[in-house]
Write a protein of this length. Structure first.
Length: 328
């Protein structure tokens, strides 16, 4: 569900940003507005990012090989991290540079004209207004698809906890895009109203700071996924209950989980069995525990259960997992 919804949101954002980028570049060519150029580059970066997410999703579907026995599912995280870098460099830093460059031009008396003298000076406002409408539709699609998998979590929790990177990335990108469009509209509008191009410069600077902030948030979250995050607390509870309720399992000594892909979970556990159990009994217990585990948590595609004898430091199977800590 998350993957299908993420793909739909990515495609909607790609189409919207491609059209928006073309119109923004046209408006910038007519007026030389700094905010307009910053927004045009921002839309190009966003469209490129959405293309990267689609490429990452396609490459992640490759079959496992001897060199990569757990498959290529984490490529989605790799491409999402590249998205954060592109947003930071191409989007954020360029907007900040454009603001710096335009500011010095104005300070030296070389930057007057352009937006204020062009007969097309109101075109950016029209373009930005249309872009806000188009971006709103893209943002709405991302919200609708996210709500299908968000559950009871608030938006910040969803962005922090969601294992599939596409929806959080699109949500943050679209939010930054909408806020950037509003800032650009205000900057251009105030520049035209007051005949002061410094408002246009401020608009570009704010857009740059906004994109850098979003890129840093994305980078931090995706880096955590690249390092290997454990299962969600509720998934850990299901796994513990499934293993612990299996006949022949006397306890869970330890349990570790890790997402090898957004919808693929590796589960490794050491389980306590009866000291006098035969090898056949132990094998039957492990097989039954694995079947129960996979039924309770379908994302558990890689399961490794190790039998051991109960000792004083084991974790009883009936003890609920501490939220946020997959193991102990």
């Amino acid at each position: 569900m998350a993957t299908e919804g993420g793909t739909k949101a990515v495609v909607a954002a790609l189409l919207a940003n491609t059209g928006i980028a073309i119109t923004k570049f046209g408006a910038w060519a007519l007026t030389q507005s700094a905010s307009m150029l910053a927004e045009a580059i921002h839309s190009v970066a966003d469209a490129g990012n959405q293309a990267l997410l689609l490429v990452g999703g396609k490459r992640a579907k490759r079959e496992a090989t001897e060199e990569h026995p757990f498959g290529y599912g984490r490529e989605r995280y790799v491409y999402a991290f590249i998205v954060a870098i592109v947003l930071f460099s191409v989007g954020g830093l360029f907007a900040l540079y454009e603001a710096y460059h335009k500011f010095h031009e104005l300070a030296e008396g070389h930057g007057e004209g352009g937006l204020l003298t062009s007969r097309w000076k109101y075109v950016p406002l029209v373009v930005l207004g249309l872009a806000i409408v188009m971006e709103s539709f893209s943002f709405r699609t991302a919200i609708v698809e996210s709500n299908k998998v968000r559950g009871d979590h608030n938006w910040w929790q969803f962005i922090r906890r969601e294992k599939a990177p596409e929806l959080p990335v699109i949500l943050l990108e679209d939010l930054a895009a909408l806020l950037g469009l509003v800032v650009a509209f205000a900057g251009v509008g105030l520049a035209l109203l007051t005949q002061n191009l410094y408002f246009d410069v401020v608009g570009s600077a704010v857009i740059g700071a906004l994109l850098v902030t979003v890129a840093v948030i994305l980078g931090v979250e995706v880096k955590s996924q690249l390092l290997g995050e454990g299962a969600k607390p509720e998934a850990v509870v299901r796994i513990r209950e499934a293993i612990g309720s299996t006949s022949g399992v006397e306890g869970i000594i330890h349990l570790k989980t890790m997402h090898v892909a957004p919808e693929e979970l590796l589960v490794a556990a050491k389980i306590a069995v009866a000291p006098l159990a035969t090898a056949a009994d132990v094998a039957e217990t492990i097989d039954a525990a694995e079947r129960a585990l996979r039924e309770a948590e379908p994302m558990a595609t890689q399961v490794f259960l190790e039998p051991d004898i109960q000792s004083d430091d084991y974790v009883p199977a009936e003890r609920p997992a501490v939220p946020g800590t997959p193991g102990h």
